[in-house]
Design a protein around this ligand. Sequence first.
Ligand SMILES: *Cc1c(COP(=O)(O)O)cnc(C)c1O
Ligand SMILES: [Zn+2]
Length: 615
Amino acid sequence: MLTTNGKFYILKCTKCNTEFDEKKTCTTCLKCGHPLDVIYDYKYIKQRLNLYALKNSPISALKYLLLYPIINLEKIISLNEGGTPLHHCGNLSEEYKIKNLYVKNEGANPTGVFKDRGTLVEITKALEMGAKAVCVASTGNMAASVSAYCSIAKIPCYVLVPEGTPIGKLAQTLSYGARIIQVRGTYSECAKLAVEVSKKHGFYLAGDYVFRLEGQKSQAYEIAEQLGWKAPDYLLCPIGCGTNLAAIWKGFVELKKLELIEKLPKLIGVQPEGCNVITKAFKEKKHTFKPIEKPNTICSAVAAGNPLDGSKVLKALYESKGTVCELTDEEVLEAEQTLAKQEAIFVEPSGALPIAAVAKMSQKGFFKKDDIVVCIATGNGLKDPKSAVKILPDPPTIDPQMSEVDNYLKYKLYQIQAEGMKNKTKVLWERIPTLEKLKKIIHNEFGIKINKVILKKALESIKEFENKGKTLTKQDLQNIIEEQIDEYNIKEKYLEIIDFETKTSKYKEAEASLKIKYGDKILLAQAKGVGTVDAIIKALKKSIKPHDKLHIKLTDYNVEIFTGGVDASVKVTMKARDKKGNKIISHATSPDVIVASVNAFEKCYNFLYHKNHSN
Ligand SMILES: *Cc1c(COP(=O)(O)O)cnc(C)c1O
Ligand SMILES: [Zn+2]
């Protein structure tokens, strides 16, 4: 046995080789501050391994218990992590010309991320050492994972996350009962603070430290097992703190030591351009890295500017004779969609980094046809739905009528929306186009043909926009087309706002006067309101009051700005309800928030009017 106190492992500093008792430190070296490593007595492990059971039982993280530094098996806190699918990419194999392309779907873990494998060991160790409370800094996923295990262990969990952490991760963490503090700062600042907090208050410090790394090795064990006890040729993994890729490497190295596999994989470390600490150091052939103060990427889970295990992961990359790949946020978001569309695996942006790298590298002919390539899809897409919908169309809302579905299909609204997601900010003309030219532009940009009536209306609308001094983008054109198709399908406008004028100032109530067509009547009205929109709607309601039977009530009002700048188009969404309880959601777009609001209200009214008079 390796140590005299009955343990089959020791903790050692990766830099100065000092040995530590785990009760003294299990985070970083007390002498030089570098990460620690767990060193095992593999002879001892090999003697105790039951190879038959190992090879004939279902895959799971728990069946590799002997390879974790756990002493007290009674303290184990497990949520049945691991055993995740190694998905063969049938469709993408063809596209990238790699026959054996696989995705290890780590989103299938209990809290939706590979970190659960590490948390299994980390929180078990925390209990072994008598922890009364846990503290962890996180970009979100670690928080959710650690707090889930703490809830089972019945110990409080304090979490520090950067402000703006994705909503799915926050919701999870709060639900598991953690005490979250949002920090105005980066992940690295949270990590530093967590060290101080746990020291001062005696909390067990969880995070990207040795015990976690030991648990995360099981990804390598499982991949080897799922490939029939061999390593892939290439393994691609995103790098945040570097703990995970270092863990996977250690897992493969151990399997080779235990003679369960013959050769090791080449590692490919993947980072976004906005946080390329390790990829940059690797490209410069360095063994140390320069931290980035302010990472800037949509891949929030890897936005670690000062990676705790940076030196470990660099070493692993060199040892494996691997390489690195850097990607833009756009490439990542596109890969996220590709993986979902082609292989039905929905990941968060960080989880899409490896497949984005495969797309990029295969274009340059990096992989051979017969290579076995495994991508770690690190986290579930539901954790960060906002970043996904950012590049996805907003589906239309319709009345429960077949005719509306038919319109959706007839006008190919799905295609307008899909095409509209590309080059949104492109300016399509210098001078207002002719009808013929507009038709061509719409066909080029959206791949559709629209009828003359809608086309003419669209052109009118374009002129209105430009009269207000607005330069139209592709996004604006899309909104106009969708709106015109929408309106084309309402037979007549019962209510039409012909014109309005408003007066507004900083301290006084807003005033509005307006002229409307209501059925066959022309009505005029004036009113005051809290703001301009309020005044207009009050005036409108006042003018129709003697005739109105709908009594519509606004239940929600939301303004969304598409691009930066005060001249940007805004999209107003209104929800309204009539006396009978019919509900409607309407949208309107304009560079003028007031005009958009008025149009949205007009639509709400007309929708509900037709609903009341059609059946
Ligand atoms: C934590 C995390 C990473 C980065 O892993 P490191 O061990 O920090 O390198 C990547 N993707 C997801 C989804 C994560 O949660
Ligand atoms: Zn040291």
